[in-house]
Ligand binder design. Structure first.
Ligand SMILES: NC(=O)C1=CN([C@@H]2O[C@H](COP(=O)(O)OP(=O)(O)OC[C@H]3O[C@@H](n4cnc5c(N)ncnc54)[C@H](OP(=O)(O)O)[C@@H]3O)[C@@H](O)[C@H]2O)[C@@H](O)CC1
Ligand SMILES: Nc1ncnc2c1ncn2[C@@H]1O[C@H](COP(=O)(O)OP(=O)(O)O)[C@@H](O)[C@H]1O
Ligand SMILES: [Mg+2]
Length: 284
């Protein structure tokens, strides 16, 4: 049975920070993506991860994207993705790895995805988005079973990955069956009324709208999920909270904006999160 995802997920997941804490308690996040054509995708993901409060954010990308990354987000560290050895070392050190936004499907991109998956271990979370999902479908790459995996396809990507064509994607039974077959722990099937499927749990988002139908909206969500999973306890719930917050912010901004720029969402995240578990007016 599909349950509506409601604001209480935010109160469950977003916890006040202990006063004696430090950055090592809020996730060491690695974002991999951004070729020469799609640099913006990984930049938007990085903005969302940094704004969500992730402890440390590193971006492995094509070297043309490093200066723009630092101009937008000096908080993020950067690696040239041509240095595979250094990138894989960072993969091993990270608590959460997001791969895919703007990754493209070159031979190098395919090898980077394969080696990233091989380098990951049990206590880490892997988030697969955009081009990474296309490569997995195209090249029949197996998703590792020993890593907690979150996949965030839009309907076109899910059709390619699962062979569940769009008219049949209303069947949660079919989607969940394919989720399990593909070794995905949490499936975020993005659309108007996104659904989130995991073991014995099916949630549906009823927030958001067409003002979100703009390039980069999913890249921003992927970065937000990475940031939430890095700093909050339970990855399933953290994913659901990020999905909720992403569209709730979009809906709030849409009251005064015809279209909601994905970068605006990232900028608004700290303000939105401050209204959970504080004395400020609560969100609902
Ligand atoms: N600023 C940047 O750098 C940006 C970079 N980006 C990066 O670009 C890369 C390619 O990603 P992508 O999503 O744009 O294209 P792709 O993987 O070819 O799939 C699209 C095809 O699937 C179909 N389709 C069906 N349902 C759909 C749906 N609900 N939403 C969307 N599509 C749907 C549709 O087919 P149609 O229905 O038109 O026949 C369409 O042809 C990726 O790495 C991404 O991160 C973008 O994030 C944008 C901003
Ligand atoms: N009409 C809509 N109503 C609600 N949400 C939408 C709508 N159109 C797009 N979205 C949301 O915007 C995001 C689009 O993701 P995606 O297609 O991966 O974008 P991109 O790859 O360009 O960043 C998803 O979170 C999706 O749910
Ligand atoms: Mg996308």
């Amino acid at each position: 049975m599909v349950t509506e995802l409601k604001a209480d997920i935010l109160h469950e997941v977003i916890q006040k920070r202990p006063v004696t804490t430090n950055k090592t308690n809020f996730g060491n996040i690695l974002l991999i993506g951004g070729n020469e054509q799609f640099g913006g995708a990984i930049l938007m993901a990085a903005s969302a991860a940094v704004s969500s409060g992730a402890g440390l954010v590193t971006v492995a990308t094509h070297n043309t994207n490093i200066t723009p990354l630092h101009i937008r987000n000096p908080e993020a560290m950067a690696l040239d993705w041509d240095n595979h050895g250094t990138v894989l070392e960072q993969v091993r050190k990270s608590s959460v790895v997001l791969i895919g936004p703007g990754l493209g499907n070159s031979e190098d991109a395919i090898e980077l995805l394969r080696s990233t998956m091989r380098a990951m271990r049990e206590n880490q979370t892997l988030i697969l988005d955009a081009s990474a999902l296309g490569i997995i479908a195209d090249k029949h790459v197996m998703i590792p079973t020993n890593v907690f995996t979150i996949a965030t396809p839009h309907q076109g990507e899910w059709a390619q990955l699962s062979s569940v064509m769009i008219p049949y994607q209303d069947s949660m039974e079919l989607n969940d069956l394919q989720r399990k077959t593909l070794n995905i722990d949490v499936l975020v099937l993005k659309k108007h009324h996104t659904v989130i499927l995991s073991e014995n749990r099916q949630m549906e988002l009823l927030l958001g709208g067409p003002y979100q139908a703009t390039g980069g909206m999913g890249d921003t969500l992927a970065g937000l999920i990475a940031g939430f999973v890095g700093q909050f306890a339970e990855p399933r719930r953290a994913t659901e909270a990020a999905v909720y917050a992403h569209s709730a912010i979009a809906q709030e901004l849409a009251e005064h904006n015809w279209v909601v720029r994905p970068s605006f969402i990232a900028d608004f995240v700290p303000n939105y999160m401050a209204r959970i578990n504080t004395n400020l007016p609560e969100v609902d």
